[in-house]
Design a protein around this ligand. Sequence first.
Ligand code: GLN
Length: 486
Amino acid sequence: MELFRLTIAEAAGLISKNELTPLALTESVMGRIGALDSLVGAYITVTKDIAMEQAGRLSAGSGNSPLHGIPMAIKDNMCVKGVRTTCASKILENFIPPYESTVTTKLHEAGYCLTGKTNLDEFAMGSSTENSGFFTTKNPWDITRAPGGSSGGSAAAVAADMCIAAIGSDTGGSIRQPASFCGVVGLKPTYGLVSRFGLVAFASSLDQIGPITKTVEDAAIVLNAIAGGDNRDSTSAHNAIPDYTASMSGDLQGINLQGIKIGIPEEYFIDGMDREVEAAVRAAIGEMRRLGAEVVSIKLPHTAYAVAAYYIIATSEASSNLARYDGVKYGMRVSGSDLISTYMETRAKGFGQEVKRRIMLGTYALSSGYYDAYYKKAQQVRTLIKRDFDEAFKLVDVIATPTSPTTAFKIGEKADDPLQMYLSDIFTISVNLAGVPAISIPCGFDSGGLPVGLQLIGRHFDEAVILKAGHAYERSAGWYERRPSI
Ligand code: GLN
């Protein structure tokens, strides 16, 4: 087998036994990027020199982290000191951060090798990477299709073996939906579990960082490394961090879901969703029942209002967060005749259409006279949605839903219809509004050979149960063994 095909768990096993060096593994992955990325377009910046230098240094020693010598990609909205960080926006095209995000600091301490910075929708606003200010990433299962978004570059890089694992960010589904479209695993942790320091802010009350990996076990390994309190992020939680890999025995015999109660929300099986997606998700639920889980029907009554509330809250926060790109402090500057015109010209040239749309929507929702009708109302709806989850989790341990109503759509299919694009987040958004954790796991394929994703949602800070259930399902169903033929 080619080395680039390895999972973290497999590679770490070989590295710890001195049967594989970080250098050989990194060389293989960088070669794969060289051969494939002109077709897929997963990376904005490839950091081959950094990766090879790190791998060379790590080959000399041995580490005690399973990430020792593992080549990983980082979504290009997280700061790596000295490496261009663009957010796929023209306004930050040449921005080189003078500091390092907490997540990459932790990965560095664990011994990862940075393969590069991956493509996204500009400032993480979108569901297809078509809003990138530079180029659109292709789905490795079918290059005429979108990889999902906004972490489409990270998901495509994992699916096409152009890294062993990647990091994404998720504000309304941006880890889970691309993972679902690309047939890989994506985990959005509980809000506050992973520090956001050094993540370029989109909507600060919703943003979370998490892993995109080939298996559930790999997601647990990465989460072990990146979770934990951080004084540089005032919203980060200082909880004790369990070992997320604890429930993952390699032994198939030992796998069962006895004692786990899974809820199926009626509101997530809607008219208009793809029948093949529904069939695959229902089959996955059947498989979890066969493994011993108890499956019951539940209600999340305010689901229908989630997309509307999200697009008010997220745009409001974005309009405030993006005020800092004024052509003065950092990024692009287009000089006008005076200060105000410099601001205006810089922002007119630097931001793409979707980012401008959101700044305008958010500014409107926050403006006096409209604040109570829009922003305040949306916050009230958010509370109702969170309460729906609190009630449901009195009855069940895990909630299972589709990740997305469709499989990967064609590039261009929804690009001119923002509302259609917003609706593709319908199953992922409530999770961010409530702040709970959720994982997307491959659960089959449609008749066109495109992957379908199963979403498992857990209680606040109960990543362990969705990882356990996800791992058990993944091992018994075996979909992870099917890879794109690219
Ligand atoms: N697709 C959603 C949006 O456009 C979510 C994006 C994200 O999670 N960053 O806002």
